[in-house]
Design a protein around this ligand. Sequence first.
Ligand code: SF4
Length: 551
Amino acid sequence: MASPTRDNPKTGRTQRRGEGQWALGYREPLNPNERSKKDDNPLNVRARIENIYAHGGFDSIDPGDLRGRFRWYGLYTQRKPGIDGGRTATLEPEELDDEFFMLRVRLDGGALTTEQLTVLGEISQTYARDTADITDRQNIQYHWIRVEDMPAIWQKLEGAGMTTMEACGDSPRVILGSPVAGISVDEVLDGTPAIEAITRRYVGDPAFSNLPRKFKTAVSGQPDVAHEVHDIAFVGVEHPEHGPGFDLWVGGGLSTNPMIGQRLGAWVPRDEVADVWAGVIGIFRDYGYRRLRSRARIKFLVKDWGAERFREVLEREYLGRELIDGPAPAVPERPIDHVGAHRQLDGNFYVGAAPIAGRVSGSTLLAVAKAAEGAGSTRVRLTPQQKLVVLDVAESEVDGLSSALDELGLQTAPSPWRRGVMACTGLEYCKLAIVETKRRAHDLVADLERSLADIQSHVDTPVTVHLNGCPNSCARIQTADIGLKGQIVTDADGSQVEGFQVHLGGGLGLDAGFGRKLRGHKVTSGELTGYVERIVRNYVAGREDGERFAQ
Ligand code: SF4
């Protein structure tokens, strides 16, 4: 393999320079993150948390563990309250650190029993000040966690079959899966066994616990998991000769260098998904760029190599066999979010409900578990759109369950704005944030439900509005109709205030592509409602029948 090249700005010559790829012999760490992972496998931090830090408290935590290895168990320090977003970039990490943690529980495929949901709610009430957010990666995220409580929290989670292992960090993170896998009338096949095989075989495997950076996976029998923006994705497709299986995508990702994943043109049967996944993550571990964190995602490697070469290396060096060529999956005309009541394969219904931007609470989770059980269900799913779905509901129970969810603020027939809004953690808890997001999303929805009530019935296709608190893209802003990237902007009086850079016209599915960032297209947080209202009114006034926002 040829080394990547780089231009030397001083000499004007092109020079060879490695990017820290292990497979090319760069085994010595080239930055502090790589050093930390090499010095001690991050998975070892669990024992220190249980044996040392849980007894010694926050001040006893080694800084390398605190800001590095803790992530492999879903733990990040949360932002100290009261520090405004304008100071985020000017402060040292320790000045931003609170002594409390954000904790992510990985829920592969977003799959929960009502029993597990109850445990999650109880943990929230006991240890997390009743906080709980549904993330767009189908996790539950807590806040206000103390390190002293982690042993008890793990005991409760693991007693109910849940884990925080590799919920964050440079590791194989939670696997997105269809919330309606196995019951959907629209899926090509059920991806659940493939997700279970990957998690059983590889989550917590030291062979994959030191990756160049995070590795995001999606597996679904239908295109309902934003597969286009994943490091690796398997999407259900019917092969004309071999039947149902998965189309393989690699190299998608958002953040500051967004890229749509590339199809390798390969069809993978369900029982081979875990092997192929291990091959791709092996390439990432061995050939991924480790010199610069900003280039350490697999998308940069895939971009440099191209799909053809990537597939060739996968087949020759990692699988030892050729993959079967296969067709592309069907593309949905509209984003699929599973909100509302829909008939399942077995004749029962699933009922999807919309909290605003994923914000719920432990008490709400307990109440959802109770309502679901009251309707005869024992299964709940979280979705990649920050929604939740109750499965297996008899037709006679649908209305009663819908009313119960509505009373909890989880609407099953939400307005298009409530349905289409997503927001990341933002200034409330995130140390990287520049602006507030969750509360802003809440206020935006409430305002739009009032101010756009007159045209709501004309909006028959969802208009998605995603809010990020910083240039990272935890809420997938580039794939929204209206994507809002938090930053400090100048208001009409010349003051520096919270606001957003606007991206317009992004989408997935039929409209897969990133929203356009128009120079100077910025809005203050205070002007946000009026701005979104104007855009939506213009769109509704000018659209043809059935025309989507991105067209
Ligand atoms: Fe934090 Fe930025 Fe991600 Fe929002 S987008 S959660 S502010 S890192």
